[in-house]
Design a protein. Sequence first.
Length: 93
Amino acid sequence: MAIAPEIDWREGRAEDLDLGDDVFDAVFCQFGVMFFDDPVAALAEMRRVAAPGAAVNVAVWGSLDVTPGYRAIVGADGRVEFASPALLFTARA
């Protein structure tokens, strides 16, 4: 990938990571859990690839009833459309 060629980019399913056990000092997932087919399996995979004592950090929106900012984005009167899970939203001009 041209943005960061020094990174070993890999594509795959979060629920079935093609990585060894206990290999990462830290695991991060930012706003992806809500799009996984099986969030429990994906979280188990994150833990599996994390080395003992590693941090596993997950950021995820809460439900709309407890997340007013996200609720405002979702209910933006047609100015927001959900194109795909990979592109959370696209605002119209």
